[in-house]
Design a protein. Structure first.
Length: 585
């Protein structure tokens, strides 16, 4: 039975009186890690296994084996274990060997036909197939040092934890630990394969087994919900951790610690007892103020004396908080430069794709930009349409106000490939791709070029209500044949209220008038000065009409343009004024 321990929280005294109260949340506490995808690493990324790290990082497997079953001498039984790959670089495993000591008979693997996510692309990319039993060793994979299918935690397509069940026979009279070795072979993403060899014990069922697991940590926005990885308007909240007893003895007086952004807080002691197989959710006594715009790295760990597996004692989570920016009086600018600029973005996708990641090699300004690239040859992606989203933090808009959304875009050419790329702008009610249901500007092509030539794209959004909204810059491309490659780069995003950067909007009592609005094509303009001119721009900033004006009444014909919103810019005696008009034929 799951328990909840409310440690020192005055407002929870009523619940604390019933220690068996179950804490139900709308979604599980997330054991989250960010995907880190760099431009150098993507050349070896499979479409469903986004690898991270930098080309100069020492790529190496880090692993642990957690055994949840103890043995009984003189029996044939299933032993349950979990292989955990915990490295955060891009070295994936391409083979697993498990070796049992002499005297133990390996009979079969009961429910583990293969290891790794099945992305449906090729056998060399996962899953790693079951090889069988050779002597005292059971193994999976082929150690071909190419696209390993055993993926570390936190990478797309890789759960990082792989349950394994092996049926063994233990001789009569066996006592003490059964000491086993295992090796996870790296797939050679670094300069050379970086393998990992470790040991684990299968304990005697007659001996006590102390094993506490810090399963997950999260921020409670209420007793019924947990904060997302990306948030808007967090305040002071309680941090909760889930602790599981995966040993075979009842445990009491369990020390649990937590840390936020490097600061460790007062240790909590869970009085217990927590029975074997039971779990508890601990609410830490010190609420934390998450209200600042920041990234928060949260860590929780237990430290029970005699714990046989220290690897599973710690759990970590990174979340971001943003406070809604009032676009009526402020400008949103993101050059993808600071940790918060990058970390506050939710980089995700719909369907089959890869997320945007940082590009330090090709950028419009500063140290880095964002990019995503997919192809069928080096990455092995299947044919299809791929789209990825740069989801921006929350912003407050005012009904009737017009906001200009601009960004710089580029698509790099690649030798031997036909590069295609498109970009678009969306808005929605949450900071994720699935919520971006309103098209602000439809997908349009980005012209590929080899030189560092960036082009600026922009569009306008008119708010229909006083509300908090989210915006996204999206990239898309299509793969048809092996010579296709998608390459989309985004940098220097800005959202500003129209007219707040030096453009004067004509007021109703201004002497210059433009009518009718909306118009079916004919506009009447009353200019009060000689040497006047008019220019008309579409919503992405292209000039579609220009003419000189005489003092007094003027008539211009826009009936040749497509229906939609346009901006009429008047230059009258060197005074620039603009007005938005709608063409509806």
């Amino acid at each position: 039975m799951k328990k909840i321990y409310l440690m020192g929280l005055t407002s929870f005294f009523a619940l604390a009186a019933t220690a068996q109260t179950t804490l139900k949340v709308t979604k599980p506490l997330q054991n989250g890690k960010k995907i880190t995808l760099t431009e150098s690493s993507v050349k070896k990324v499979k479409a469903s296994n986004a690898k991270g790290g930098t080309p100069n990082s020492p790529m190496a497997i880090a692993a642990s084996m957690v055994v949840s079953t103890s043995y009984t001498a003189g029996s044939t039984q299933n032993i349950n274990m979990v292989l955990q790959l915990t490295n955060t670089d891009s070295e994936f495993g391409d083979k697993l060997d498990i070796t049992f000591p002499a005297g133990i008979t390996i009979n079969s693997t009961t429910n583990t036909p293969n290891l790794g996510p099945d992305d449906g692309v090729s056998s060399s990319d996962g899953p790693e197939a079951y090889n069988g039993i050779t002597g005292q060793t059971i193994s999976w994979g082929n150690d071909d040092n190419s696209y390993g299918g055993i993926v570390p935690n936190g990478f797309t397509g890789g759960p990082g934890s792989y349950p394994i069940q092996i049926n063994i026979s233990v001789p009569v009279g066996m006592t003490g630990n059964i000491a086993c070795t295992y090796t996870v072979s790296g797939d050679g993403f670094g300069a050379a394969p970086a393998d990992f060899t470790g040991t684990f014990n299968i304990l005697d069922a007659t001996a006590p087994l102390v094993n506490l697991q810090a399963k997950a940590v999260g921020v409670l926005t209420s007793l019924a919900s947990v904060a997302d990885l990306h948030n808007c308007g967090l305040t002071t909240h309680t941090v909760a951790a889930q602790i599981n007893n995966v040993g075979n003895t009842s445990e009491a007086n369990i020390p649990v610690n937590f840390r936020i952004n490097g600061v460790t807080f007062t240790q909590v002691i869970i009085p217990g007892p927590i029975a074997a197989g039971d779990s508890t959710v601990v609410l830490f006594p010190t609420s934390y103020n998450f209200s600042a715009n920041n990234i928060y790295d949260i860590k929780a760990w237990c430290a029970q004396p005699g714990d046989v597996d220290m690897v599973n004692d710690t759990t970590m989570l990174s979340i971001s908080n943003s406070n809604a920016l009032a676009l009526t009086t402020n400008t949103y600018v993101n050059g993808i430069e600071s940790a918060y600029d990058y970390g506050s973005l939710n980089l995700d996708w719909t369907g089959t794709s890869l997320p945007f990641g940082p590009s330090t090699g090709t950028k419009h300004s500063g140290a880095q930009a964002l990019f995503f690239t997919v192809n069928m040859t080096t990455i092995g992606a299947p044919a299809g349409t791929y789209d990825a989203f740069v989801n921006l933090p929350c912003m407050d808009v005012t009904a009737g106000d017009v906001y200009k959304i601009s960004y710089w875009k580029k698509a790099n050419t690649a030798a031997g490939f036909t590069v295609n790329a498109q970009s678009a702008v969306f808005t929605g009610t949450a900071q994720n791709a699935m919520s971006m249901t309103t098209v602000v500007k439809a997908y349009s092509p980005i012209t590929p070029n080899a030189a560092p030539v960036w082009t600026k794209d922009s569009t306008y959004y008119t708010a229909t209500a006083n509300e908090t909204r989210y915006f996204a810059i999206a990239g898309k491309g299509v793969l048809t044949v092996n010579t296709d490659q998608i390459n989309v780069r985004i940098d220097d995003i800005m959202i500003v209220k129209d007219g707040s950067v030096g453009v004067k909007t004509i007021a109703a009592n201004d002497a210059i008038s433009i009518f009718p609005n909306p118009t079916s094509g004919i506009l009447n303009i009353n200019a009060i000065e000689v040497n006047s001119s008019v220019e008309v721009f579409n919503v992405i900033g292209d000039k579609v009409y220009t003419s000189t004006l005489v003092k007094g009444n003027n008539v211009i014909d826009l009936s040749g343009l497509a229906n939609g919103a346009y901006f009429v810019k008047l230059n009258s005696n060197n005074q620039i004024t603009t007005k938005k008009v709608v063409l509806s034929k």
